[in-house]
Design a protein around this ligand. Structure first.
Ligand SMILES: Nc1nc2c(c(=O)[nH]1)N=C([C@H](O)[C@H](O)COP(=O)(O)OP(=O)(O)OP(=O)(O)O)CN2
Ligand SMILES: [Zn+2]
Length: 130
């Protein structure tokens, strides 16, 4: 038998404005999206409640991150005052921030495995680490 891996995911949303600096087309102009952020977390052992992590605890971590951007211009919110506000960069940001928080609260038992970011229904970026 292989070693067990449990994975959960939860979706988060924020609405904000942004522009892609140096984009050769229309995306250099200020415009908005309803971003969807899907955070995947994995563990090889469940906690005392038989959960990877309570969805509510993941919610606390990621909702705080989304709140930094909601109804703002993402280009003005660090680190995106210096980084381009692509879905790829947002996916890496959410991965690293959520993983750091989970490392602290779950003492290394739970790690973020993947973050998916949709700018709209058909446009998705994925970040993970190998
Ligand atoms: N690889 C990436 N390409 C683009 C990104 C990105 O983050 N990563 N971002 C943009 C712009 O933000 C743009 O607003 C989104 O592009 P697009 O999906 O083309 O959105 P539209 O609303 O214009 O959708 P249509 O399918 O063209 O109607 C651009 N590229
Ligand atoms: Zn855009």
């Amino acid at each position: 038998m292989g070693s067990p891996v449990y994975e959960i995911s939860k979706d988060f949303f924020f609405s904000a404005a942004h522009c892609i600096r140096f984009h050769p087309g229309k995306c250099e102009r200020l415009h908005g999206h309803n971003w969807r952020i899907r955070v995947h977390a994995r563990a090889s052992e469940l906690n005392h409640l038989s959960m990877v992590v309570d969805f509510a605890d993941l919610q606390k971590i990621v909702a705080e991150l989304c709140a930094r951007f909601d109804h703002r211009n993402v280009n003005e919110v660090p680190p995106f005052d210096e980084l381009n506000t692509t879905a790829e960069n947002l996916a890496r940001f959410f991965y690293q921030e959520a993983d750091r928080a989970l490392l602290e609260t779950e003492k290394g038992r739970v790690r973020v495995s993947k973050v998916e970011v949709w700018e709209n229904e058909g446009s998705l970026a994925v970040y993970r680490e190998e």
